[in-house]
Ligand binder design. Sequence first.
Ligand code: OAD
Length: 257
Amino acid sequence: MTDKGKIIETAHILKGAQKLVVLTGAGVSKESGIPTFRDALEGLWAKFDPQELATPQAFRRNPKQVWEWYTYRRNLAAQAEPNPGHIALAQLEQYHPQLVVITQNIDDLHEQAGSHDVIHLHGKLMENRCFKECRGYPTIITAEQIADDEHIPPHCPYCGEYVRPNVVWFGEMLPAAVLERAQDLAFHCDVMLVIGTSGLVTPAASLPLWAKQQGANIVEVNPDDSMITRYANIKLDGPSGEIIPKVLEAMSQIDDT
Ligand code: OAD
């Protein structure tokens, strides 16, 4: 099938979906200037060692280094703006008002683009919580609470323990309620649109597989092949900032009469 044919077929599948769910990964934010993890040259994990920066052990060993790495990522994210892929995904809500976007990304570009229901599997970059969860999980610490704290990292205003970013690190469980909701959506959708993920990190990577096993159509958007590609019903090759707007445009041209 031609690329155009695949776009038109995708438009029909998305428009006809009873329960559409979107799953995104780092690729969807790449065109906003936020590096992916596994890109061979530019990827974060090509330049930095996750074991030194994204584990509770690393934070215990060197809290300053980990905190500063997240400050670097926060600055990158603060400068970033939603790209046409994020915006087109938010516009899909005109056809599916209850649309849920499940994202592995910790930036908030889907929300900035206007998506109303975003599940953050791996947490939120701009939030902080107490490393000891002294008031129960999660003990969120607001920016105001640490505004005058000059320590790096700042200290929890309740117990004095370090404050950490509210993200999921390697070796940590995903927040149970968040994962449960994502699993439920995967089990009950009839179409899952999977964008910009290598499909290498579970449990996120299992969501499309579970959806597929329940009979859902899997549509993938990615310029490269991923672990999802081999079982996707349709694979659209290309950057999401170009592909998703084209799909949306094709949806608008479908005659409903
Ligand atoms: P990866 O870096 O593993 O994969 C990014 C994917 O995006 C690759 O398959 C690229 O081909 C694709 N891609 C690149 N540019 C794109 C574009 N313009 N449009 C669409 N796709 C594009 O990122 P994730 O799969 O999101 O976890 O990584 C999953 C998790 O691993 C992350 O959430 C993070 C990381 O370690 C934690 O930090 C816990």
